[in-house]
Design a protein around this ligand. Structure first.
Ligand SMILES: C[S@@+](CC[C@H](N)C(=O)[O-])C[C@H]1O[C@@H](n2cnc3c(N)ncnc32)[C@H](O)[C@@H]1O
Length: 304
């Protein structure tokens, strides 16, 4: 009977193939792909000698072929950890980035733990920002909007599987086109890459993240121009706006918001020290009313 291949040899060979293709983090990627292909628990390779099956080898070969085409491991496995929570992702959703945790932290730093906040997440994608916030704010509820139906559905799936389904609603729409009522916090990580930068993007991004999630018009600022004028009408007086930005867009986005009359506009850095988030407050003093999440999305698109 032929001897079963040694898992360590398989790991070494997979690492070598990824390294030779110029991919960073080859050893870790190879380990994650082996674990998924063979159905091993995390770190089985360092803790013992797990079993190798023929079907597992075939699955691994298919995974490696995809990684060699620069498809990110998170896309191959269909899951990405964000805020220490596992989010399902799909071709319709952005692969959540660690930098975006800066935006979650910015909102947490400016809100009370027990506040009954109403949150609106524009361009929700996998729902990672809104869902992370709802796990940290147990009395809050939120609405996530996306123009991509598949993204809104994936966000809904994630909200349910991560235990905040009852405090959230997701709808398809063009920014606030499908939204009624006012919120305490509006957050967004909109597409902000200038169209002209497309060819310069890494293959992992250009070929696998959806274009709708990446490009913000000719200069990358199109969503912020819309938000600056449109979003005050959807915030309570003194409500918080928190926007992710590109590292070189801080001055431009602050300028747009200041011109539109937002208060206390400030720019916050990510962990690498680069501009990453803009926060601002609504100056209006209008009356507002309570709306449960499912009542705040209008006919356009409707809840998913
Ligand atoms: C940069 S991604 C952010 C996704 C997710 N919030 C995150 O941080 O990982 C931008 C999202 O905005 C959505 N989007 C783009 N244009 C939109 C529009 N006009 N109205 C609503 N959503 C839009 C995209 O489909 C995408 O999911």
């Amino acid at each position: 009977m032929p001897k079963s291949p040694d898992p360590q040899d398989i790991w070494r060979q997979a690492t070598r193939r990824l390294t030779e293709a110029g991919l960073d983090g080859a050893r870790r990627d190879a380990r994650l792909l082996l674990e998924a292909a063979f159905g091993w628990p995390p770190h089985a390779l360092t803790l013992g000698t797990p079993a190798v099956s023929g079907e597992g080898l075939a699955r691994l070969e298919a995974f490696l072929a995809r990684r060699l085409e620069h498809e990110p491991v998170s896309r191959i496995l269909g899951v990405r950890d964000f805020w220490s929570l596992p989010f399902r992702i799909s071709p319709a959703t952005l692969d959540p980035r660690p930098d975006s945790e800066t935006l979650v932290q910015a909102v947490l730093d400016r809100t009370e733990k027990d506040a009954a906040l109403r949150l609106l997440d524009l361009g929700t994608g996998s729902g990672c920002l809104l869902i992370a916030l709802l796990t940290e704010r147990p009395h809050a509820w939120g609405v996530g909007i996306d123009r991509a139906t598949d993204a809104a559905q994936m966000a809904k799936h994630n909200a349910v599987s991560l235990g905040v389904g009852a405090r959230s609603a997701f709808a398809v729409g063009d920014w606030t086109g499908a939204v009624q009522g006012r919120f305490d916090v509006i957050l967004s990580n909109p597409p902000y890459i200038p169209l002209a930068d497309r060819e310069g993007l890494a293959r992992d991004v250009r070929d696998y993240d959806p274009a709708l999630a990446l490009f913000g018009g000719a200069d990358g600022l199109a969503p912020y121009r819309q938000f600056a004028v449109a979003l005050q009408a959807h915030l309570v007086p003194g409500g918080l706006l928190a926007l992710e930005i590109g590292w070189d867009q801080g001055a431009a986005v602050q300028g747009l918001l200041q011109q539109a009359g937002w208060h206390a506009v400030a720019c916050l850095p990510d962990l690498a020290g680069r501009d990453r988030v803009i926060v601002a407050y609504s100056p209006q003093s209008l009356l507002f009313s309570e709306h449960p999440p499912e009542k705040t999305v209008g006919k356009l698109g409707g809840c998913v």
